[in-house]
Design a binder for this molecule. Structure first.
Ligand code: URA
Ligand code: SF4
Length: 215
């Protein structure tokens, strides 16, 4: 059974968790990736943005959303009047999963499996508990499922304030409920979209729902 739990520190804040996550071997993804990419941003953020997993650039630099998807996300946050410096940004899975490109240096992103997502969830839930944001933004299906369970569908659930489910079994494990989740498209999906402008406008409009909940 893959599970990050044994690698979590017994106590301590975000910094302690970030240090411990660097040595996580809770699933096989640590083997081929360069480093763990833990969340980053203000520990007292009112908004937490959750992506899928680090990409090529994030894996090299060790920071979330520093590549092309991150650029698009920052622009969308700006358009929705959400201060990115007041946000905490992380991913559902903290190691980059990829297939090595046969030629050249670009590595192709591969979707994490359910087992890997489940293994990595304790890190995400520790971040939720420690940052305790008012609104969590699920960027795409992987984040949505990690936060809301397997029945989550972006197309159906995006752009509305969804009460964060408080499951008893999760409460026992110290996982958090309360506040809201807003789901939207993943920035990488927007970069790949045929109608990028419309997809970007959709992201901004979903983020305005977040901004509205904060004001
Ligand atoms: N895509 C993600 O989901 N997360 C990142 O950090 C970068 C790209
Ligand atoms: Fe640990 Fe998550 Fe990395 Fe797997 S992906 S090794 S669970 S940090």
């Amino acid at each position: 059974q893959y599970d990050a739990t044994p690698f979590l520190p017994q106590r301590g804040g975000l910094a302690a968790h970030r240090r411990s996550a660097a040595d996580c071997r809770g699933c096989p993804l640590f083997q081929d990736a360069t480093q763990t990419v833990f969340g980053a941003g203000s520990p007292s953020a009112r908004v937490m943005l959750v992506g899928e997993q680090p990409g090529d650039q994030e894996d090299r630099q060790g920071e979330p959303f520093v590549g092309p998807a991150g650029g698009l996300l920052r622009k969308a946050l700006q358009d929705a009047a959400i201060d990115v410096d007041q946000a905490y940004v992380t991913n559902a899975v903290k190691h980059f999963k990829f297939t090595p490109a046969s030629r050249g240096k670009r590595r192709i992103h591969k979707a994490p499996s359910l087992r890997e997502m489940t293994a990595c969830r304790p890190w995400l839930h520790a971040e939720l508990r420690l940052v305790d944001p008012e609104v969590v933004v699920a960027l795409g299906a992987t984040a949505g499922k990690a936060l809301l369970g397997p029945s989550f569908r972006v197309t159906k659930d995006r752009g509305t304030l969804i009460p964060f489910p408080q499951k008893e079994e999760n409460a026992e494990k110290g996982e958090r409920g309360g506040g809201f989740v807003v789901a939207t498209l993943h920035p990488s999906a927007i970069l790949r979209s045929d109608d990028r402008e419309a997809a970007f406008a959709g992201l901004v409009s979903d983020l305005r729902v977040v901004a509205g909940a904060l004001s």
